[in-house]
Design a protein around this ligand. Sequence first.
Ligand code: GAP
Length: 530
Amino acid sequence: MPATTMDQIVSLCKRRGFIFPSSEIYGGLQGLYDYGPLGVELKNNIMQDWWRANVYERDDMEGLDAAILMNRLVWKYSGHEDTFVDPLVDCRNCKSRWRADHVKGKCPNCGSTDLTEPRPFNMMFKTAVGPVADAESFAYLRPETAQGIFVNFANVLATTSRKLPFGIAQIGKGFRNEINPRNFLFRVREFDMMEIEYFVMPGTEDEWHQRWLDDRRAWWESIGVPRERITIYDVPKDELAHYSKRTYDLMYAYPDIGAQEIEGIASRSDYDLGSHSKDQGSLGIQARVNPNSHSTARLTYFDTATNRHLVPFVIEPSAGVGRCFLAVLSEAYDEQMVKAPPPEKLAAVADALAAFLKSVGKSEKISANARDAILDRGQTIAAGLPDALPQIETLLALPGADQIELGKKLRGQAQPLADEHFRTVLHLKPDLAPIKAAVFPLKRNHDGLVALAKDIRKGLQKSGRMRAIYDDTGAIGKLYRRQDEIGTPFCLTVDFQSLEDQTVTVRDRDTMAQERVAVQELEAYLEDRL
Ligand code: GAP
């Protein structure tokens, strides 16, 4: 079963080093996160998979990696200086600031109704290029990678001789000064984007829009996000971005926050190339664009069939890597009972949980919001025992829970039972898994076993096709659990038989089935299954 709460994912990411709050030792910076050792592997694997599917496996695509800082005029003519704004309101009582559409007449922080009128706030970060900060050096951090593609359209066309339709793909950082970053990686201020600008003949855009919708849905499924968990939102006209003729938002059913945008697929007409072109009046541009008095290029395509220059239309599939990362983890997440816990031990946990929740209800040490959150989650867990037993750890990690003395007793009862009878497992697609194989010696103080296990790891790693690790820091059962939790598809155990016949036990993460495989055949065996 996928994750049912965002806390399950947050807690796993923290405990296993997928994600760290940015600059944590100095108190952090809101809306910014760092990808830890496992996080960076998963993120890179997602981006590689996207690149492979959209660039290498197609014959109509080029890649690009444009600079993050660009001439300010890019953002003037793209429309972002005027329109990349959120309306915000201030609470006069607690001085907090909110997006106007997130406030229903009342401050979400203190409940006051003393709010300012909404006013526009441009979400682009500003900086200066060079030693003097003045109007000349003023620049923005890009809020999307797309504009780097549009302003390079003529360069790519001239150097590749592409014919329509063709696309340009790019993965890179985007920056948005979000008013209220929230929900972990879902809404942040710095994030990687995977964007395609696909250039088509005017008049064929609706057909290509549909084809891209189908292609992108197939990709999400291929990386482990089932079709039925993504709904399509045909964005109403009055909600469309300034450049869009029509947009389909793919909405993934995230835990806690429900169906939210994971990718937008916009039909951008000839707005972008038209906006960045000189001589606009002679190009037959169909979109309403602002006059451009700075561009030095006509961003057109010469159509040999009609012997004329035209401005291509654009279909743009655009997805955030962080939102993808969250969805992939949520889908892969599973808490499985491996054997039923004894009834008397379960009853003791249920009693400890009830006592803890009673104490939370009476406590004056924690805020009302934190208390409600703990009680809410705690009651759901109590009703869901024994299956929900592993979630007690997540409950005890909620803000304020550490203030309750009885939490220690609850952890003492629940944790050993969860460790022994449950496993958390990430059923990641093997090619997304941060680590592909983990090698263990049955005994860590036996030179022969250790040497062979280290040799095997080295050989697998050297193949350059997989990340393999060696671990001897616990009993085999515990090592299996540790790897299950981070989605390692295969665990290899070197035992005494290995020394005699040069075979090892290979254990499958999902089925937990084990089989013996010859050391010599390991690389081929794993590659087959990865
Ligand atoms: N070039 C088109 C564009 O930028 P967008 O809908 O604003 O469109 C594209 O953003 C994708 O980027 C979204 O579908 C979402 O996955 C991701 N995204 C947008 N804002 C984000 C934020 N503040 N934090 C994390 N991801 C975000």
